[in-house]
Design a binder for this molecule. Structure first.
Ligand code: BV8
Ligand code: ZN
Length: 261
């Protein structure tokens, strides 16, 4: 496993050692090395004729539930076959070394939980919590692990066991409000932390993209981990240019929080 060494600025290693309240804020990039396509390139293969932003909307589901449900079942199959990567494991490890750690994710996969993070705040819901599109009652999947639907296959969503309406994915679509509890918890964590890591997100989607700026306003040190530049670059105190699965283990090691400690 290549483990590109990353030079972690000593000031950052020191800040991590001294931090009391840490926030780890993640996007699709943290799951990239688990083989999960990031959101903006989630439409590989046959999906490429669709725009993710257009598919992840209530309007798309109302217009063509089979194509939307098929897309989410394809993504769920990917997640169920994926394993957490070194970034998820380092983030889970971090909880053992800092007094308070809040893991806040925009992702709808459960890889943080499967890596051992005890408490994860999902701002945009979860692939694993289908609910009725009309009465919102929680529903079960017809099949636990969908056979790998080839990208682009239409799948008719199951009918709600209570009212018969189509079951929808348990995610937050564009134009939909974030779960109030999750958003309030995230606001409180961001405004009260001393150190926030923004990992693997293009920082384009609101209100989630506000969180690093709120942490800055609260006097926190903000660190970005991303192989590419994002709108957050200008405000972040540190921009660690690299893949999360490489950078995060180096980060913990730099603070003396390595695997064996
Ligand atoms: C709301 C769940 C209103 C579904 C998602 C104009 C201006 C400002 C805002 C708006 C606007 N028009 C509309 C809005 C609001 C809109 C919005 O922000 N639009 C954007 C596009 C402009 N927001 C909303 O609609 C939100 N709701 O505002 O409600 C409201 C208010 C009150 C009352 C009623 C209503 C809801 C937004 C949630 C949408 N759902 N996901 C699903 O997953 O299908 S968002 C979707 O994009 C993703 O799930 C993710 O959460 C989000 C951001 O994507 P990223 O996670 O950042 O992934 P991306 O692919 O973009 O980037 C990956 C990054 O990883 C890249 O930077 C890459 O360089 C990096 N990377 C790659 N490999 C690695 C890596 N990093 C590290 N390591 C690697 N190896
Ligand atoms: Zn129902």
């Amino acid at each position: 496993m290549k483990n590109t060494h990353h030079d972690i600025p000593p000031a950052l290693a020191q800040a991590l050692r001294q931090a009391r309240r840490v926030v780890v804020f993640t996007g699709a990039g943290v799951s990239a090395e688990s083989g999960i396509a990031t959101f903006r390139d989630a439409l590989t293969g046959l999906w490429s004729r669709f725009d993710a932003q257009a598919l992840a909307t209530p309007e798309a589901f109302a217009a063509d539930p089979d194509i939307v449900w098929g897309w989410y079942e394809w993504r769920r199959a990917q997640v169920l076959r994926a394993a957490p990567n070194a970034a998820h494991r380092a983030i889970a490890d971090l909880a053992r070394h800092v007094p308070e750690l809040a893991v806040i994710t925009q992702n709808v996969d459960d890889l943080h939980e499967r890596a051992g993070s005890p408490c994860v705040t999902h701002l945009h819901g979860s692939l694993h919590a289908p609910r009725c599109s009309r009465c919102a009652s929680p529903q079960a999947f017809a099949v636990d692990v969908p056979d790998e639907p080839e990208a682009g296959r239409r799948i008719t969503p199951p009918a709600c066991t209570a009212c018969g309406a189509p079951v929808r994915p348990g995610v937050v679509w564009f134009g939909e409000s974030l779960p109030a509890q999750a958003w309030n918890d995230a606001l409180r964590a961001a405004q009260g932390c001393d150190l926030l890591f923004s990992i693997g997100t293009s920082s384009l989607v609101y209100p989630a993209a506000e969180l690093p700026r709120l942490a800055l306003a609260g006097g926190a040190t903000v660190v970005q981990v991303n192989p590419a530049a994002t709108p957050l670059d200008a405000q972040a105190h540190h921009n660690l240019r690299g893949a999360a699965a490489d950078v995060m283990p180096c980060l913990l090691a730099s603070a003396g929080f390595g695997e064996d400690s």
